[in-house]
Design a protein around this ligand. Structure first.
Ligand SMILES: Cc1cc2nc3c(=O)[nH]c(=O)nc-3n(C[C@H](O)[C@H](O)[C@H](O)COP(=O)(O)OP(=O)(O)OC[C@H]3O[C@@H](n4cnc5c(N)ncnc54)[C@H](O)[C@@H]3O)c2cc1C
Ligand SMILES: NC(=O)c1ccc[n+]([C@@H]2O[C@H](COP(=O)([O-])OP(=O)(O)OC[C@H]3O[C@@H](n4cnc5c(N)ncnc54)[C@H](O)[C@@H]3O)[C@@H](O)[C@H]2O)c1
Length: 470
């Protein structure tokens, strides 16, 4: 049996594994990368990339249909299969960056097979045994398929199959009102499908409720039916005629079904027990340095059971490079991680939500806000709905929520402020070009200072005193 001795063995060529492999090999380590399925993992093949490409097609159809500013809209008759061609073309465009050829060109040994541990220091992929100084488990997650009665006898889609569907579903029922469910709901609605979302609790339940409400109102106004508190209890039917029953006694009928109720870590195939790597239902158990219960083994990205985003997977990779390559300590932070849901309007968050900040900081919290209704660029472009609010403690932001146009871009100001410990004065003192959507951030910072300036008796006394001077 072939045997490889290496410095670092990475399992999984998704966002997390690719980032660590590319970084480590370019800094001089010998790296083996093992991938059992598609290079690029979920984000490229079944996640971020296809979902944003499909949303882009949907947004284009919507804008064409709507018209505005004296320009007539017209029925774009969206070609569903052509939209899927766009999705495929986008994946193909990006794929070379994540490809086996590119990584081999960097000097990584790539093995295309499923990996499983043999012991604390060795694993096997295909017929090759790999012994490594350090292992990185970056095996990601897959869609959770809940044990709903009847589901095993009904055809359904997940994020792993929905992007291959080339015929437009007449009526798509989506179980789950999280980011996957709602992004897919809007993309399909705008491409001409009828869409029903069945959410067992609150849609976008991890986000600020006030901001989530803005998104939900916009989606409902487009004709997407969103039922909250609608836990799915039974599914029946065949392709083209699906029936879904919910705990509130309602029955929903549609032609296609998408399951989007969360994720499940990919741990089963790894034989983690043989390596003495602890794990549970949420994923591999890690400490703040992303180290598992076996000190030679790290776990990063979705499989580590924390926030499940591509940028978090990349961040984890950066955190473990320090100890693995340089023997230096490193800990992952979570207080500065942003995320965005790419519906129209977008919803973005970094740090604490208002409710979390209130719970943690009580009366020390100030919430500063600004509305897109007063942002001249948003008004000019007909996008003046939504707001930014910033949670501030002792003059520094501890969280920010933005719902509105380009929220995923705009949140980056606050992501920088929180990750670098900047004060609100840094944002208030920044000059933003006029007229930009980004002015909303400066305005929110200004809103933090205005009561302190305009409602302060001390300020007024000082001003009156200075005015008496010659
Ligand atoms: C529909 C959808 C939309 C999303 N949109 C966004 C978004 O807009 N922004 C964002 O930040 N995040 C988004 N995400 C989340 C993002 O895709 C994940 O957080 C990210 O892909 C996690 O990267 P990862 O490397 O941890 O795992 P993955 O990308 O899942 O990669 C893990 C890899 O490991 C391989 N593997 C598993 N087990 C083994 C084994 N035993 N041996 C060998 N190989 C193995 C798998 O085949 C896979 O290629 C989205 C997810 C979905 C599903
Ligand atoms: N824009 C982005 O960054 C983006 C986009 C998509 C996905 N993601 C990542 O993927 C992860 C998974 O997304 P998701 O939307 O699948 O999961 P999620 O956990 O965020 O949402 C799933 C929803 O399904 C509901 N649900 C569960 N069981 C149900 C049932 N039987 N009936 C009705 N509703 C039920 C839950 O209450 C929940 O609101 C996200 O947490 C995120 O990390 C990110």
């Amino acid at each position: 049996m072939p045997r490889i001795e290496t410095d670092i063995c990475v399992i999984g060529a998704g966002s997390a594994g690719l980032s660590v492999a590319a970084g480590a090999v370019q800094m001089g380590a010998r790296v083996v990368l093992i991938e059992g399925h598609e290079m690029g993992g979920d984000c490229l093949n079944f996640g971020c990339v296809p979902s944003k490409a499909l949303l882009a097609a949907g947004h284009k159809a919507h804008d064409t249909a709507r018209g505005a500013f004296g320009i007539a809209g017209h029925d774009p008759a969206p070609d569903f299969a052509a939209a899927k061609d766009h999705v495929r073309a986008v994946i193909d465009h990006i794929a070379p960056v994540d490809s086996q050829e590119r990584f081999e060109g960097l000097g990584v040994t790539v093995i295309r097979d499923t990996a499983r541990f043999l012991s604390e220091t060795e694993l096997q992929a295909g017929d090759t045994v790999i012994a490594a100084r350090r292992f990185v488990v970056a095996t990601g997650s897959r869609p959770l398929v809940p044990p709903i009665p009847g589901l095993d006898g009904v055809p359904f889609h997940t994020n792993e199959t929905i992007f291959d569907l080339r015929e437009r579903p007449a009526h798509l029922i989506i179980i789950g009102g999280g980011p996957i469910g709602l992004e897919m709901a809007q993309a399909h609605r705008r491409l001409g499908c009828r869409v029903t979302v069945l959410e067992g609790a609150k849609a976008l339940g991890r986000d600020d409720p006030e901001a989530a409400a803005v998104v939900l109102e916009a989606l409902r106004a487009e004709g997407i039916e969103i039922a909250e508190g609608a836990q799915v209890t039974a599914v029946s039917g065949t392709e083209g005629a699906i029936r879904v029953e919910t705990g509130d006694g309602a029955t929903h009928e549609g032609t296609h079904l998408l399951i989007a109720v969360g994720r499940q870590p990919n741990v089963e195939a790894l034989d983690l027990d043989k390596a003495h790597v602890g794990h549970d239902r949420k994923g591999v158990t890690v400490d703040r340095g992303m180290r598992t219960t076996n000190r030679r083994v790290y776990a990063i990205g979705d499989v580590a059971g924390g926030a499940q985003f591509t940028h978090v997977a990349g961040y984890h990779a950066g955190v473990i490079i320090r100890p693995m390559l340089f023997g230096l300590p490193a800990k992952a932070r979570t207080d500065h991680i942003p995320w965005a849901t790419y519906t129209d309007p977008e919803l973005a968050q970094v740090g604490l939500t208002e409710a979390e900040a209130r719970k943690r900081h009580g009366d020390r919290l100030t919430v500063a806000r600004a509305d897109f209704a007063h942002n001249d660029r948003a008004i000019a472009t007909g996008q003046a709905r939504g707001f930014a609010k910033v949670m501030v403690v002792k003059g520094r932001p501890v969280g920010a929520t933005i719902v509105g146009p380009q929220a995923g871009e705009l949140i980056q100001t606050w992501a920088l402020a929180i990750s670098s410990g900047l004060k609100m004065s840094a944002i208030a003192g920044m000059i933003a070009p006029y007229p930009t959507l980004g002015e909303i951030n400066k305005r929110a910072a200004g809103a933090y200072f205005s009561p302190r300036l305009f409602e302060s008796p001390l300020v007024k006394r000082v001003v009156r005193f200075v005015q008496r001077l010659p």
